[in-house]
Design a protein around this ligand. Structure first.
Ligand SMILES: [Zn+2]
Length: 234
């Protein structure tokens, strides 16, 4: 039973193209997934910085409250200076006032520092929101691209599957089951050209007998990798 080399070449071309298309179809959702993960990361970054802003603002409020309390305490102490009955009491009050003023000055510096930190964090939030929006846009673009590409790939695959069915009708009945088995197991790698007495699939040196059978258009499977072989174009 002869098998046309042209048909075998055609079958191998179709299987290779189908394999490429299947690979592209599978990579699409992975690309979308990677962009989705990037969006999640950016959202987490924004969330973390926003939390930090909230915490630092609370800190500022607390320090301002403490400052007010400190100022009231100083006013109170200063008021007592006029009602002192002894020099010792007066001196003690002066020391307490000095200590409170020192504490308040430290608090004021800290409050200022925290306010500056809030400003910096708010800039950082704005920046990471921009990055998050960019990542979301990129995800959207990728989704649309993958969907559009998927539709084109599906159409190409349908066309190729039609061509495949037509080409497979040309295969001799007695090799069909061996052919189907190897294609099912290895896809497009289930077929290979024989060039310079070598299987192009695995590099196996084909025998003179196999070479002769190929020349006579007989079906030949590689003894090493099991590929359905065909003569390479010269
Ligand atoms: Zn081989």
């Amino acid at each position: 039973m002869a098998v046309s080399t042209t048909v075998l070449r055609e079958l191998h071309r179709i299987h290779s193209q189908l394999g490429d298309l299947r690979g592209r179809l599978e990579r699409g959702p992975h690309k979308v997934q990677a962009h989705g993960a990037n969006v999640t990361r950016q959202q987490q970054t924004v969330g973390t910085i926003e939390e930090s802003v909230k915490h630092t603002k609370k800190n500022v409020d607390q320090k301002q409250l403490d400052l007010k309390t400190g100022e009231n305490k100083i006013l109170d102490l200063k008021g007592k200076l006029n009602t002192c009955s002894s020099n010792k009491e007066y001196q003690t009050l002066l020391e307490q006032i000095a200590a409170s003023e020192m504490a308040n000055s430290v608090l004021a510096d800290e409050a200022l520092e925290s306010m500056e930190k809030v400003d910096q964090l708010e800039v950082a939030v704005a920046e990471s929101r921009v990055q998050m929006a960019a990542a979301e846009k990129e995800l959207d673009r990728c989704r649309q691209e993958v969907a559009a590409e998927g539709a084109v790939i599906q159409a190409d695959m349908t066309r190729l599957e039609g061509e495949l069915a037509t080409a497979e009708q040309e295969l001799p009945q007695d090799i069909k089951s061996d052919y189907q088995r190897i294609i099912q197991a290895k896809g497009s790698e289930g077929m290979a050209a024989a060039a310079e007495c070598t299987c192009q699939g695995c590099g196996y040196q084909i025998t003179l007998n196999m070479q002769n059978e190929l020349l006579l258009s007989k079906p030949v499977f590689c003894k090493s990798c099991g590929c359905l072989l065909y003569m390479a174009e010269v």
